[in-house]
Design a protein around this ligand. Structure first.
Ligand code: Q46
Ligand code: ZN
Length: 309
């Protein structure tokens, strides 16, 4: 197998693009896809600071690496969820990565700041861990990014993440979520960051291959709370379709984005935001989801967890 660009020995085949690359050409392809996303979707410019949500996994570390190599001013933002060994290893990966490259980062620890880890918090509010985690991460990442003067928050969601999420939303006809599923979510309020997903043009296996080639040391284990997640089922289904017909995943997601852009031009989606009466952060309801969660925890959780907030 030869590289389609330079005829050197290829190390990866990309059936969806009907091509194959040697290491340098593959590296260039990956960086080009990220630049294309940033510029083509007007995600951010070099004058803006970008907070990068880093879990310690391959996607977020690859994203941070590429953005810093491209010369963007970045700040790593790690949420320590307090899930035992998994969280300790994840944070260590972020620390080692950042110090080897002299990159700044901030850690927000749920145990230090809120008195409990995500599993206990979720139990305290009688919600699935991922539901409580989503609310807490969204809220804190937004607040911390803006506190550090970063108007943009970049996450490592890749093509597989976005296509499987789309499949889940379509299977359940979750129209509200469909409207919000975009690689760029503009800041519809001065207290909100612009959320961007610069890896959305790259498949998970491409990112994993790039991480290995660049010797990026990441945590391979998934979060223990993700066991049984429907997203794995949707990813698996899409991978089977992809094997049978390369390009299916890409087409599914990109054609959705084309339709979404066309719809947004006819009737732009403007969320109806006000400020939460409890914390002052933007919210669609009188009290934001985060303050509701904290309120439930304070009312119902064990005394040991009442130190939250
Ligand atoms: S970190 Fe949080 Fe994920 Fe773990 S608890 Fe669920 S949502 S699975 S991205
Ligand atoms: Zn609030």
């Amino acid at each position: 197998m030869r590289c389609r660009k330079c005829s050197a020995k290829a190390i990866i085949r990309l059936p969806r693009h009907n091509t194959a690359f040697c290491p340098p050409c593959f590296s260039e392809y990956v960086t080009d896809q990220v630049q294309r996303a940033i510029k083509g979707d007007r995600m951010f410019g070099h004058a803006e600071g970008v907070a990068v949500a880093v879990s310690g996994g391959k996607d977020s570390l690859v994203l941070w690496e590429i953005l810093s190599r491209l010369g963007y001013r970045t700040l790593g933002l790690h949420i320590d969820l307090g899930i035992g060994e998994y969280s300790r290893i994840s944070q260590r990966k972020v620390e080692v990565f950042a110090s080897a490259r002299n990159l700044p980062f901030v850690v927000h620890s749920l145990r230090e700041n809120h008195g409990a880890g995500i599993t206990e918090i979720a139990e305290g509010v009688h919600r699935p861990p991922c539901s409580a985690c989503g609310v807490i991460k969204r809220y804190n990442m937004n607040v911390i990014a803006l506190q550090h003067g970063m108007p943009v928050l970049a996450t490592g969601h890749n093509l597989d993440d976005e296509a499987s999420r789309l499949l889940g939303n379509v299977l359940h006809w979750q129209d509200d979520y469909l409207d919000k599923q975009s690689p760029v979510l503009p800041n519809s309020h001065p207290k909100l960051v612009r959320k961007v997903k610069p890896l959305y043009r790259l498949a998970e296996r491409e990112i994993a291959a790039w991480a290995v080639l660049q010797k990026i040391d990441y945590i391979v284990d998934e979060c223990p709370n993700s066991v049984g997640s429907k997203m794995f089922v949707y990813k698996d289904a899409l991978n089977r379709l992809e094997d049978a017909a390369p390009g299916t995943k890409h087409q599914f997601y990109f054609q959705f984005l084309d339709r979404q852009k066309a719809r947004a031009q006819v009737s732009p989606i403007e969320p109806d935001l006000r400020e939460c009466v409890s914390c002052g952060q933007p919210s669609t309801a009188e009290i934001c989801s985060y303050c509701k969660l904290v309120g439930t925890l304070q009312r119902e959780a064990e005394p040991a967890l009442k130190v939250l907030k």
